[in-house]
Design a protein around this ligand. Structure first.
Ligand code: HEC
Ligand code: HEC
Length: 378
């Protein structure tokens, strides 16, 4: 197995023997490469989960995906014209897909998959409490959960209560619009790889020269599918390195002082989970699972759920110092990988994050370096 301090791989501690076997099966599936003989396509963006989620850390712009067709909360207006996702590649004999005229589009690189089971196990009440505490934040930080409609194949967790309009608190994806890891996995197989499952049985198609294909026999069976969901759920959290270093500790204090921690929450706690290793655990993701208005430079004109076009879910910062190892020696940060350094990522913070970003710019070079050193220890 790869050194966990290289990218981020490997299971949480304390899985039972049978859980370890299931995790290993899911690990193989996650990285196994599909071909047209094993269901890939006809439209797809990559041929494996691991192709985009390299070492379960941040993805590379090389495997960027394009979504189109939703500019407000009324839903995607281009679902019958190939939405919500562009099939970047197609099998031979199929016409390349295009973004339909009039549709806004966005480009997203893969966020890290490490630790997502911990994020899933955070109770809705904790997310609501964080949002409530922001109400009087003097820096103008607000943030709200992304309430979205969940697909019929998703069973809500015990304790997760819909709002009066039937929408649930969602938390996965760059805009926080997906409810859980099962939904995220079904959509990834379908939209990213053209692999049908019992949950999403119809392959994406090109509306210009095809009508919707019939539901196919699942191209991934339920056992394999469930092992992949289990695998991502049980991935370990990236662990901090050099936590005892004096500069790292100073950087951590400054990070809190200038208001970064208002959104990038250092500690969260999981509730009860059917997987004992994930139950009632305190962990450090550096996200609040809320979406925030990040200002005009990051407004992509595309949205999901009730996030506005300039709103993004706070990116977890764990594993940041390892990103370079799996991104070819460079780093590509923010939703579309446009920031090539941590400093650049901070400079891009506008909207609700403008105050803390301006404070960062005004710090001495020594203090800025301490924050960067701290972030690289994550
Ligand atoms: C083409 C590249 C690509 C492939 C292939 C891919 N992903 Fe992703 N993944 C992404 C992107 C981009 C996002 C963010 C999506 C969004 O904002 O909705 C994402 C999000 C996720 C998340 C949510 C992470 C978070 O913090 O919210 C999980 C979990 C995930 N993917 C698992 C998988 C699994 C499992 C597979 C294989 C079945 C897979 N992905 C295949 C690119 C990819
Ligand atoms: C108002 C909430 C908020 C505040 C305050 C905030 N951030 Fe962020 N941060 C975000 C969001 C949202 C993103 C994702 C934006 C995107 O993908 O376009 C992000 C992304 C990042 C990233 C890129 C992570 C990645 O994996 O791509 C870094 C680094 C970062 N923030 C550091 C900081 C630092 C340092 C501060 C303090 C100076 C700070 N942030 C303050 C909300 C915030």
């Amino acid at each position: 197995m790869i050194d966990p301090n290289f990218g981020v791989c490997g299971p949480v501690n304390n899985l039972t023997n049978s859980q370890t076997i299931l995790f290993t099966k899911g690990n193989d599936q996650f990285f196994s490469i599909r071909t047209s003989e094993t269901g890939l396509g006809p439209y797809f963006v990559s041929n494996s989960c691991g192709g985009c989620h390299s070492s379960d850390n941040r993805g590379h712009p090389f495997t960027i995906l394009t979504r189109f067709g939703q500019s407000d909360s009324t839903g995607n207006k281009f679902l019958n014209q190939g939405g919500p996702q562009l099939g970047t590649f197609n099998l031979p004999g199929y016409t390349p897909e295009q973004i339909p005229a009039g549709a806004t589009s966005t480009r997203l690189i893969a966020p890290l998959t490490a630790g997502v089971g911990f994020l899933e196990a955070v109770p809705d009440t904790e997310i609501l409490n964080i949002a409530k505490r922001n109400q009087n934040n003097p820096d103008g930080v607000r943030g709200h959960p992304n309430y979205n409609t969940i697909p019929s194949f998703v069973t809500p967790f015990a304790g997760s209560v819909p709002r009066a309009d039937g929408k649930y608190i969602c938390r996965f994806g760059r805009k926080g619009a997906a409810y859980n890891l099962l939904q995220q996995t079904a959509a990834a197989y379908n939209h990213d790889m053209g692999i049908t499952s019992t949950y999403m049985p119809i392959n994406p198609y090109n509306y210009l020269d095809q009508t919707p294909p019939p539901a196919s026999t699942p191209e991934i069976n339920n056992d394999d599918f469930n092992s992949v969901v289990f695998y991502v759920t049980c991935l370990q959290t990236p662990n901090q390195r050099n936590a005892g270093d004096a500069t790292v500790q100073k950087g951590n204090q400054l990070f809190i002082q200038i208001g970064c921690e208002s959104c990038h929450k250092q500690t969260m706690t999981t509730g009860d989970s059917p997987i004992a290793a994930l139950s009632n655990q305190t962990f450090s993701p550096f996200t609040d699972l809320l979406v925030h208005d990040m200002g005009p430079a990051l407004d992509d004109g595309y949205t999901e759920g009730n996030a506005k076009t300039s709103e993004w879910r706070t990116s977890p910062l764990w594993g940041l110092g390892l990103a370079r190892n799996v991104q070819g020696g460079n780093i590509y940060l923010m939703h579309d990988g446009r920031a090539h350094s941590i400093e650049e990522a901070i400079q891009l913070h506008g909207g609700e994050a403008a105050v803390s970003s301006a404070r960062f710019s005004k710090l001495s070079a020594t203090d800025r370096n301490a924050i960067i050193k701290f972030l690289n220890s994550l």
